[in-house]
Design a protein around this ligand. Sequence first.
Ligand code: URP
Ligand code: ZN
Ligand code: ZN
Length: 482
Amino acid sequence: MGVTLIKNGTVVSPTGATPQDVLIDGEVIVAVGAPGYFAATEEGADRVIDATGKYVIPGGVDVHTHMELPFGGTSASDTFESGTIAAAWGGVTTIVDFAVQRAGEDVHAGLAEWHRKADGNCAIDYGFHQIIGGVDEESLKAMSYLVEHEGVSSFKMFMAYPGVFYSDDGQILRAMQQAADCGAMIMMHAENGIAIDVLVAQALARGETDPRYHSYTRPSPLEAEATHRAIVLSHVAGNVPLYIVHMSAGDALEEVAAARHHGRNVFAETCPQYLWLTLEETLAKPGFEGAKWVCSTPVRSKDNDPHWKGLHGHGHQADLWRGLRMNELAVVSTDHCPFCMKDQKELGLGNFAAIPNGIGGVEHRMELIYQGVVAGELSLERWVETCCTTPARMFGMYPRKGIIAPGADADVVVWDPNRRTKIGINDKHHMNMDHSAYEGFVIDGKVDTVLSRGMVVVENDQFHGRTGHGQYIKRGLSQYLV
Ligand code: URP
Ligand code: ZN
Ligand code: ZN
């Protein structure tokens, strides 16, 4: 790889956008200097990238992906190979995926299984969270072991999906106490799954089987209630750090904002689908097409949902964009969990509750949130902060990841604000899916060049990376704790 100089670009960090040159030696950034400062080095450099008129940003860090996740009677359609290549196409250089343990299963075996799937197969770097789907003495002990020895410092629990990953309040409290003990983060899928299952059964009994009922039976008050309950439990467990995943609702966000106002270690992420997609334009499409957008938490109504009028009759998207600006939402991830329509989403033909839950988006997060910059929803700096720097810090990878600074891994994206990206199955689309959740979206910007630990993996609309280049990142504790 040798020495790479990226010159004439504008380096963007959470604190500013400044004309700067970036010098890379091998896999690491060795210096950042004023434009022209490395002119003497340029002749001997192995590669010079001219970033005139472009932004130079840290590689994207997507801390919520599900490659090859067995779920809903099938498995997420991206392998670690196809998913990490698609991620690279989207300017993402690190993912954190979720290893799985279910009730009665061994946590160590679950983690080993995820290493088996990923090791040697990734084009970019990767880490793991651990799903704890069964709380018992063995799994609790394993949590501490994973933090200390395996570089896994965050554990996802579910208040949803009874009979699959669900834990009750006592089990959640017990796992939170364990996490508090070892400094780990609890990541929470906050939806009241018991109440949702009642609504689902009632809807099906009425013959309401179309995809739109997926959202109607998961109303936002049940996300807000679960968020509140998770916050209370985390308080009782000793202010254990709590991170609410895939937040979709303004009323749930209010719970996080209130907790943060009281100085609590409570954080939240949202995803592009909740910022850009509405129930009316997706799930409610005629026939079965809405199945493409079945995910949980659900894509929500643009304003007054006729089924839940008065309960969440306000604009969730505006709330979420505001939350991102205000740091009530710290991170944008994708919850990338792709399923094809054919043979996968189709499992739920005639029964929305049998549609595998998930949307693929790992390739498009940097693009879709940049479009928020163009639309005036957030600043360039906040784009980098929510998509690169904070996810790295939140999950113990900073400053190796998430920043352009001497000593950091040379994970760098050159971003061209003067070109456009058309997303779609016949346009830009590298995920292993037979459709795109963002079909037809046009982004006023484009991934130009992507480096992963010094290696150019995307350039001139070509993939130059290598399966197996990606390394496992042993993560430390969250770097946001008080
Ligand atoms: O619909 C989703 N989100 N599928 C993936 C599993 C999860 O809950 O994150
Ligand atoms: Zn979830
Ligand atoms: Zn998820």
